[in-house]
Ligand binder design. Structure first.
Ligand code: LLP
Length: 434
């Protein structure tokens, strides 16, 4: 957090709004986004492309955090968006997200999802597998429609990130394999299909990646494939999509490049490869999710019980946990947490921040240095904006938190807190009398 996020009362502010006021007004656990930070990152990505003078698309990977307000902000910033389910598509359509700026991803899109995409004339489908080529063909015939498509390839690059976050290695479940000739066959099928307009090639190597090298290799690989396809099939890709995955700084140990600097290196690589192969410089598309919303998000919690364990860090328990942020339990993800009422106070103890869920693994932070806290202290966990709320669950029948957008000193509720009634809303009584 920066110095200017601390107000005269000494409290942490987000988007110019005092976190203590936020907690009072909306309750905790609470997810708060600094909207200016979201806008800032989208602009920073666009600026790189403008400076490099290339055609581009910045597409927000909405799986990182999707809701009506978020699609509104992305659209207002001129970003495109990619969706991976009918639910995300439905939400984007609700806010009249420009349909041509929506692309659809996923390794098992259902027929009804493809139908929804086709009927709504979305921008493009990123085809993942042969089954999908068939399904999409059926849907396009049925609706007598055409659509722009890209082929997702598996570039064979394993990025150094958590195993679950790797997607580009050879045995990934995503995309067409290159070595076995699957990708070539997919291209043949798509080119032969007059309803599919093949616009380019896609690869995504994983998420929370720090190594520039992985992105450069992927960019090279994509250009190599484009070049092969030009010489083999006379097909010239107009778009190269390098996916997302730019790593962000969660803790002091992390030291990534700024997200836009990954992009600059990718653009330079593609430019160089295109020049060497005398290949017409393609449009370059990126799909960042985490880097756009991660650093903009905060989870506010109120502390409750404390357990002293002789010889170990004490447990400080908060009113949320794995239901609003599964990442520590699932990926061993690390976060920084501060005392919202006094983020600069001396750090006097190391604690384990435990959630309230009935599971020993529900620990949000293993070893967090904090000032003295008591029951009722307000904690702010930083950089929780990506894959936090979006992966939230109702485990233990806890209600999911509210989400607030803060900007220019004003806060607005964008997702209501679930009520207890919401939790039983879909339940139906079981009647076995007859
Ligand atoms: N494009 C594609 C095709 C993707 O699969 C993903 C993420 C992205 C873009 C955006 O990647 P990002 O810029 O956000 O890293 N739940 C995990 C992350 C899963 C990422 C899945 N795909 C986590 O919490 O770390």
């Amino acid at each position: 957090i920066s110095e200017n996020q601390i107000n005269q009362a000494g409290h942490l502010t987000i988007g110019g709004v005092d976190t203590v006021e936020l907690a009072k007004k909306y309750g905790t656990p609470l997810v708060v986004y600094d909207v200016e930070q979201i806008r800032h990152q989208i602009r920073a990505f666009k600026k790189v492309f403008e400076e490099e003078n290339v055609k581009y698309v910045v597409s927000y990977a909405s799986k990182a955090f999707a809701c009506i307000a978020m699609y509104q902000v992305a659209a207002a910033e001129g970003a495109y968006t990619d969706v991976v389910s009918d639910g995300e598509l439905y939400t984007a359509l609700k806010v009249n997200f420009p349909v041509k700026k929506i692309s659809f991803h996923g390794n098992n899109k259902s027929k009804s999802e493809l139908e929804m995409a086709v009927k709504n004339h979305i921008g493009k489908i990123i085809i993942d597998n042969f089954h999908e080529i068939k399904l999409l063909d059926q849907v396009l015939r049925k609706h007598d429609a055409k659509i722009d498509v890209m082929l997702r390839i598996t570039p064979g690059i394993s990025a150094h990130t958590h195993e679950y976050d790797q997607t580009g290695q050879v045995d990934s479940k995503f995309g067409f394999d290159l070595e076995s000739g699957q990708a070539d066959l997919a291209l043949e099928q798509v080119l032969a299909n007059s309803r599919m307009n093949m616009i380019g090639i896609h690869a995504h190597i994983g998420s929370q990646i720090f190594e520039l090298n992985g992105f450069e290799m992927a960019a090279k690989k994509l250009m190599e494939v484009a070049e092969n396809w030009r010489s083999q099939y006379g097909y010239t890709a107009q778009v190269i999509n390098v996916g997302g995955g730019f790593g962000i700084k969660y803790t002091a140990e992390d030291n990534p490049l700024r997200p836009e600097e990954f992009v600059r290196a990718i653009v330079k690589t593609i430019k160089k490869e295109a020049k060497n192969a005398a290949f017409p410089l393609p449009e370059i598309d990126i799909e960042p999710g985490r880097s756009i919303v991660g650093p903009a998000g905060y989870n506010l919690y109120t502390t409750g019980s404390r357990k002293i364990v002789p010889g170990h860090c004490p447990y400080v328990t908060v009113d949320g946990g794995m239901g609003d942020n599964i990442r520590p339990a699932l990926y061993d993800a690390k976060y920084e947490t501060v005392l919202a009422t006094d983020p600069r106070a001396d750090l006097t103890e190391h604690v384990r921040i435990a959630g309230k869920y009935c599971e020993s693994g529900d620990i949000l932070a293993d070893d967090q240095a904090l000032p003295a806290t008591k029951s009722g202290s307000l904690l702010a966990m930083l950089d929780t904006g990506a894959y936090g709320y979006s992966m939230a669950s109702n485990y233990n029948r806890n209600a999911r938190p509210a989400v607030v957008f803060a900007e220019n000193g004003k806060a607005q509720l964008v997702i209501k807190r679930e009520s207890l009634e919401d939790l039983v809303h879909l339940d139906q009584p079981y009647n076995n009398e007859d």
